[in-house]
Write a protein that binds this ligand. Structure first.
Ligand code: SF4
Length: 316
C-alpha cells in the first residue's frame, strides 16, 4: 500500500491513533511513577523492611496509589511489603465484591475491615448536616487500630497535590492557620507514621490515569452525604485560577516547599526579639526599600489570552 493510500485507509488511521494513545498513556504513567518515587525519596516515606498499609477506598486516588506502589516495590533497591486495607463502612449499596475481586486478581495481600460507621454517623448527625467529619474521625481510629493489628509501619493515604493546596486554603480562610496536609507525619495518636505518596501528583493526572486503567471505581456518595461545601468552594476557586492563570497552581505548590519564616509573622517560628545586626550582608535580609520584582501571569483583557509578563512594582 502506498503512503498516500495508507493515509486514507481507516484501519491504518485507527492503528495510528491507538499507538498515539498508548504513547501518551505511557508518558502519563512514567510521570506519575516518577512523582511518587521522588516524593518517597524526598521525605523518606518508605524504608527498608517497612510494611506499608495502603488505604484503599475504591476511588481513583487510592487505586492509583496502590498501582504505583506495587510497581515501585518491584523495582526498588530496598525491600518493603504492601498490604491493602479497605474499610467497609456498611453504606447502603456498597458493592462488597468489587475490591476483593480486584485485589485477588492482583495477587496482593489485603484485609477488608467491616465496621458499621454508617449507622453511627446517621444516628449522631442530624438530617441534612454534613456527616464527613465524624465519619472521617471514626474511620481514622479504625484504620489506626488495623495498622497496629497488622504490624504496619506506615499508613499510606491517597491524598494528592490538589488536596494539599485545598487544605492549605481551607486552613487559611476558615482556620486562621498556614497549614496544609503533610506528605509524612506521625498520626494524631502518636503511634503511626502516615505517608502521602501522591503528594507531587496532580489530580488531573490521577483522573486520566484512573480512566485509562479502568479501575473498578466505587462511587463515593453512597452514604448520601455531600462533599463539604467549603472544600467545594476552594476547589472551584483553584480550578478557576488554573484556567485563567496557567502555572499558578504549580507556583503555589512550590511555595509550600519554599517557606521563609523570617518573612512571616509567627514569632514562635522565628526569633524576632533576638535579631541583631552583624554589619555583614545577610542573605534573605529585608529589602523593603528596594523595588520588588516578580513574575506574574496576567490576563490579556482583550482576548482573555494569558501572557507571562515581568511586572516591576516600584515602591517609589
Ligand atoms: S462522603 Fe460519606 S463515607 Fe465519605 S467521608 Fe463523608 S460521610 Fe463518610
Amino acid at each position: 500500500m502506498t503512503a498516500d493510500a495508507q493515509q486514507h485507509d481507516p484501519a491504518h488511521a485507527s492503528s495510528r491513533s491507538q499507538s498515539k494513545q498508548k504513547y501518551s498513556f505511557n508518558k502519563l504513567q512514567k510521570r506519575l511513577r516518577r512523582n511518587v518515587g521522588k516524593a518517597i525519596g524526598d521525605f523518606g516515606m518508605i524504608e527498608d523492611g517497612d510494611k506499608v498499609m495502603v488505604c484503599l477506598s475504591g476511588g481513583k486516588d487510592s487505586y492509583t496509589m496502590l498501582d504505583i506502589l506495587l510497581f515501585l516495590k518491584k523495582i526498588a533497591p530496598i525491600h518493603f511489603d504492601i498490604i491493602a486495607v479497605n474499610l467497609d463502612q456498611k453504606q447502603p449499596g456498597f458493592p462488597e465484591h468489587v475490591l476483593p475481586e480486584y485485589l485477588d486478581g492482583l495477587g496482593v495481600e489485603y484485609r477488608i475491615v467491616e465496621e458499621d460507621t454508617y449507622s453511627i454517623v446517621k444516628d449522631k448527625i442530624p438530617e441534612g448536616k454534613t456527616t464527613c467529619s465524624l465519619c472521617s474521625r471514626l474511620r481514622r481510629g479504625i484504620l489506626y487500630r488495623t495498622a497496629t493489628e497488622l504490624g504496619a509501619t506506615k499508613i499510606a493515604l491517597g491524598h494528592h497535590r490538589d488536596d494539599m493546596l485545598e487544605t492549605f486554603f481551607l486552613n487559611m480562610f476558615h482556620g486562621g492557620k498556614l497549614k496544609s496536609m503533610p506528605p509524612k507525619l506521625v498520626s494524631d495518636d502518636g503511634k503511626h507514621i502516615v505517608i502521602r505518596p501522591l503528594a507531587y501528583c496532580s489530580e488531573s493526572d490521577i483522573q486520566r490515569y484512573s480512566d485509562k486503567a479502568a479501575f473498578p471505581i466505587i462511587p463515593c456518595n453512597l452514604c448520601g452525604s455531600q462533599e463539604n461545601l467549603q472544600r467545594q468552594n476552594v476547589k472551584a476557586m483553584l480550578q478557576d485560577w488554573h484556567r485563567r492563570f496557567p502555572g499558578r497552581i504549580e507556583s503555589m505548590f512550590r511555595a509550600l516547599q519554599n517557606v521563609a519564616p523570617s518573612h512571616l509573622i509567627d514569632s514562635a517560628l522565628y526569633d524576632f526579639k533576638g535579631i541583631e545586626t552583624t554589619g555583614e550582608a545577610v542573605e534573605d535580609g529585608d529589602t523593603g526599600f528596594d523595588p520588588l520584582s516578580f513574575t506574574e501571569p496576567q490576563v490579556n483583557a482583550s482576548n482573555n489570552a494569558i501572557n507571562i509578563v515581568n511586572v516591576t512594582d516600584s515602591l517609589s
